[in-house]
Write a protein that binds this ligand. Structure first.
Ligand SMILES: NC(=O)c1ccc[n+]([C@@H]2O[C@H](COP(=O)([O-])OP(=O)(O)OC[C@H]3O[C@@H](n4cnc5c(N)ncnc54)[C@H](OP(=O)(O)O)[C@@H]3O)[C@@H](O)[C@H]2O)c1
Length: 163
């Protein structure tokens, strides 16, 4: 679907989270996330919303997906299915699906772009990103960064588009 992008940070073993937290802190990755998503709509599952330290992300329209129709979160648009979330977006602009595991899995078929931060290490985790099928997705951009005093791990920014 046009203008529907996934943004995710993934380990080599596809790990993305544990105990409802992220697995690493890479400040340049957070900066990139903020730069790409600011001014846009972000879509997330209820667990990912719960994991945010300060609630709804500022300068973005926040859509939170839950099965719980009683749940209302200040500053957020609630959606009760993937289709409902899509209906509540303005797809004339790029929309970002920001996690977590279950939401990525269900959105992968609808997305037309994936912004990945690939962290070059395996992590112990309880939440994983689905496998990216190279028959369906191609890489259009990749920039690699070594480990340094700002990041404990080497990582790459990789952009995929659906074929
Ligand atoms: N590395 C990254 O880039 C990244 C990004 C984001 C998150 N994460 C990590 O991912 C983990 C969280 O992922 P997760 O899979 O546990 O949770 P999640 O995908 O964030 O949220 C799951 C919840 O979303 C709701 N939901 C899911 N599918 C739905 C549907 N079709 N219709 C209505 N509601 C639906 C349900 O909420 P209710 O239970 O309220 O009904 C479900 O419990 C955390 O560890 C987090 O840190 C990593």
């Amino acid at each position: 679907m046009k203008n529907t992008s996934i943004i995710v940070a993934i380990a080599e073993n596809y790990a993305i989270g544990k105990d409802n937290e992220l697995l690493w802190h890479i400040s340049d990755d957070l900066k990139r996330f903020k730069k790409l998503t600011s001014g846009h709509t972000v879509i997330m599952g209820q667990n990912t919303f719960d994991s945010l330290p300060n609630g709804a992300l500022p300068k973005r329209t926040n859509i939170v997906i839950t099965f719980n129709k009683e749940l209302k979160i200040p500053g957020c648009i609630m959606a009760y299915s993937i289709e409902d979330a899509i209906k509540k977006c303005d797809l004339n602009q790029e929309v970002f699906v920001i996690g977590g595991g279950s939401i990525y899995e269900q959105f992968l078929e609808f997305a037309d772009k994936i912004y990945i931060t690939l962290v070059h290490k395996n992590f112990d985790a309880d939440t994983f990103f689905p496998k990216i099928d190279s028959n369906k997705w191609s890489i259009i951009e990749q920039t690699d960064f070594p480990a340094d005093d700002k990041s404990k791990y080497a990582y790459s920014f990789i952009t995929y588009v659906k074929k």
